[in-house]
Design a protein around this ligand. Structure first.
Ligand code: ZN
Ligand code: ZN
Length: 254
């Protein structure tokens, strides 16, 4: 059974619970390792991330929790670092590298803020061509390890967050497939795990984890590794659907 979850947010950024509440939930769910991964500072958009000041407090608080709960669980201090935020300034136990924006015509366009914002930006900056947006998105993803020093590749195909049932674009379109394949090909040599992320299921956006099944199959074919995480923004969603997804991954990756 998977006994670790390394992707979760707290009240230090856009989560609902304190780090201690997350740790206690991890213990209650029988985890051996819980990693908190607050959003690293993105100077151009302060809405979801930790400020520099908050990051210092975050590191201190997690250090205390490590000691307080050391006999019950291993607590790790991670960071989810956005592509445009660069390499983290502080020394974290691990870094999740994630692309949350595409920079276009002088603007940082959010990938996952809301369906409405996404649609409006694709219409305004990409003439309604969702796949052209996805091509720029995956160009960023292909460089996310070098940009952020990531140990884990976060939610590889976040660009499909609002695309359940292919309602915005066809994920079998060859341009789309080419875009994500090129990103996988560039990332594979780093030998860092791709995250299988159940966060969009727990928050009601998707019925399947990131990445999609065809992407997972391709990663497997290329010899890539995966790590399961919840990207939970509340204590009850830690390790969300891990048992069920783990079983499917075991079948897929064997
Ligand atoms: Zn993220
Ligand atoms: Zn996250």
């Amino acid at each position: 059974m998977i006994n670790h979850d390394l992707h979760m947010h707290t009240t230090y950024c856009d989560g609902k619970n304190s780090p201690e509440e997350m740790v206690l939930s991890g213990i209650a769910k029988g985890l051996k390792v819980v990693g908190i991964s607050g959003h690293g500072t993105t100077p151009f958009d302060s809405r979801y991330c930790m400020s520099e000041e908050k990051t210092k407090k975050y590191i201190e608080e997690i250090k205390e929790l490590k000691i307080k709960y050391k006999d019950q669980i291993t607590v790790l201090c991670g960071i989810e670092q956005d592509f445009y935020a660069g390499v983290p300034k502080y020394d974290f136990d691990y870094v999740i590298g994630s692309v949350h924006y595409v920079f276009k015509d002088g603007n940082y366009l959010p990938v996952d803020e809301s369906s409405d914002v996404f649609q409006k930006n694709v219409s305004k900056y990409y003439n309604g061509d969702y796949i052209a947006f996805a091509e720029d998105y995956f160009k960023n993803v292909s460089e996310v390890i070098t940009k952020t020093n990531a140990d884990i590749i976060g939610h590889f195909d976040l660009v499909t967050k609002f695309n359940e049932g292919y309602k915005m674009f066809d994920e079998t379109d060859l341009r789309y497939v080419k875009a994500w394949r090129e990103a996988v090909d560039k990332l594979i040599p780093f030998n860092k795990p791709f995250e299988v992320n159940s966060g969009a299921i727990s928050r009601g956006y998707r019925t399947e984890p990131y990445p999609s099944l065809p992407i997972l199959e391709y990663i497997k074919r290329k010899g890539g590794r995966v790590i399961l995480s919840s990207d939970s923004h509340s204590a009850e969603n830690i390790a969300f659907r891990f048992n069920e997804i783990e079983q499917r991954l075991v079948d897929l990756m064997k």
